[in-house]
Write a protein that binds this ligand. Structure first.
Ligand SMILES: NC(=O)C1=CN([C@@H]2O[C@H](COP(=O)(O)OP(=O)(O)OC[C@H]3O[C@@H](n4cnc5c(N)ncnc54)[C@H](OP(=O)(O)O)[C@@H]3O)[C@@H](O)[C@H]2O)C=CC1
Ligand SMILES: O=C(O)CCC(=O)C(=O)O
Ligand SMILES: [Mg+2]
Length: 430
């Protein structure tokens, strides 16, 4: 019997993890999910660009052995399941995968398959780098000042989907429990309230913040900012901040200087001494670990983006921040992402955007996000040469003003091309 209900990979070898590091063969088997809506269009372009870059970089020595796995509408139509167990099994086995966007209905129906994949595979970091490519149309005056890497906690928070519908038997039970056993008096309209639960743990926070600080150290970054709404949600978002600072000081010692340390020095020796200590830490190349409340952060990324570098935040904040920052550098047409478990090496790469259903099947939308997600994947595999070729080609193609509709409508003198034609142009410019 085949290992998977739709068969087995026809060629290639498995990526394995040795001593905590990926060992990548020259022909790694990489599962992919095409995705719903515009997924098939952007994935077709992305696959061609990724293959061409690998071919050009390694002259045929390396090649990805793609293996299609199924989720979303395609899985439902073929197998009567939205997320077949075999898809999870394949990603577990082959370690690294890439996916197109999957539809989640609003207000009912199935829960997010995208979130389910992250939860099932415990991909606890959602990594979303946000950088500017010269010439991309932007709504802000200095988009080039945006150079941030978002570390979004990917396994808990209100995003976990623990909620009960208003007026259901379940919600009545929860509300009764809250009122009668927990003494809660603040549910304004108990008869008609839905209830959602926001779990935020110390372990979840620590593994996320640890990854963010390690990334900052490995990539020569200057600061890590903990973004939270801890003034209002004290024991979830506020705890995230406190646990984050404690972890930074405990595990990274003199490689970091935290604003919690700053506050202690200021209290003991005054503000001037604290300012001096921070200046010395910056001079010594230490990572500054700071924090900001989420609403203030959202205005400061517009007014003072250069002050932010690596961002560590909770799941829902990270979702909003990803799209907001993407807009500043030209929109979610070129916003890549990765879901990673740094302990097991498992990673699923995907764009920040969704299925954009109104454009499905029109060969129209920008494949840039999924292509750049593929570039993150090449970097994860250690295939930097191929990744660099695509970055350079993306810059060149945009500077030639050959772009899809999303950029063309905001650029003067642009040539609007289809999704597939943009892919062709990227290949030509490799
Ligand atoms: N990880 C995932 O798989 C994600 C899935 N989703 C799901 O996708 C579905 C649709 O969500 P929705 O809120 O409409 O968000 P989308 O991100 O799908 O689309 C919103 C808008 O963003 C622009 N856009 C999206 N993709 C592209 C692209 N490739 N190139 C250029 N512009 C793009 C379009 O803007 P314009 O109209 O201005 O042209 C589009 O109308 C929902 O079911 C949602 O749950 C959402 C996010 C992530
Ligand atoms: O899963 C979904 O449908 C939406 C997810 C999303 O917006 C995100 O992860 O950025
Ligand atoms: Mg989102």
């Amino acid at each position: 019997m085949a290992a998977f209900k739709w068969g087995e990979p026809q060629s290639g070898e498995k990526i394995v993890v040795e001593g905590g590091k990926l060992s990548v063969p020259d022909h790694p088997i990489i599962p992919f999910i095409e995705g719903d809506g515009t997924g098939p269009d952007i994935w077709a372009a992305a696959k061609r660009v990724l293959d061409a870059a690998v071919e050009k970089a390694y002259g045929g020595k390396k090649k990805i052995a793609w293996f299609e796995v199924f989720a979303g509408e395609k899985a439902y139509n073929r197998f009567g399941e939205w997320l077949p167990e075999d898809t999870l099994k394949a990603i577990r086995e082959y370690k690294v995968a890439i996916k197109g966007p999957l539809t989640t209905p609003v207000g009912g129906g199935i829960r997010s398959l995208n979130v389910a994949l992250r939860q099932e595979l415990d991909l606890y970091v959602c990594l979303r780098p946000v950088r500017y490519f010269d010439g991309v149309p932007s709504p802000v005056k200095h988009p080039e000042l945006v150079d941030m890497v978002i570390f979004r906690e990917n396994s808990e928070d209100i995003y976990a989907g623990i909620e009960w519908e208003a007026e259901s038997e379940e919600v009545k039970k929860v509300i009764r429990f809250l009122q009668e056993e927990m003494g809660v008096k603040k549910i304004r309209f108990p008869e008609t309230s839905g209830i959602g639960i926001k779990p935020v743990s110390r372990e979840g926070t620590e593994r996320l913040v640890r990854s963010a600080i390690q990334y900052a150290l490995d990539h020569g970054r200057k600061s890590v900012t903990l973004v939270h709404k801890g003034n209002i949600m004290k024991f979830t978002e506020g705890a995230f901040k406190n646990w984050g600072y404690a972890l930074a000081e405990r595990e990274f010692g003199d490689k970091v200087f935290t604003w919690a340390q700053y506050d202690r020095i200021a209290e003991e020796k005054g503000k001037e001494a604290a300012n001096r200590a921070q200046a010395e830490a910056e001079e010594a190349g230490k990572i500054i670990v700071k924090d900001v409340i989420a609403d203030a952060f959202l205005q400061q990324i517009l007014t003072r983006p250069a002050e932010y570098d690596v961002i560590a935040t909770l799941n829902l904040n990270g979702d909003y921040i990803s799209d907001a920052l993407a807009a500043q550098v030209g929109g979610i047409g070129i916003a890549p992402g990765a879901n990673i478990n740094y302990d097991t090496g498992h990673a699923v790469f995907e764009a920040t955007h969704g299925t954009a259903p109104k454009y499905a099947g029109l060969d129209k939308v920008n494949p840039g996000s999924v292509i750049l997600s593929g570039v993150l994947m090449l970097e994860h595999l250690g295939w930097q040469e191929a990744a660099d070729l695509i970055y350079a080609s993306m810059s060149k193609t945009i500077s030639q003003k050959t772009v899809t509709y999303d950029f063309a409508r905001l650029m003067e003198g642009a040539t609007e091309v289809k999704c597939s034609e943009f892919g062709n142009k990227l290949i030509e410019n490799l």
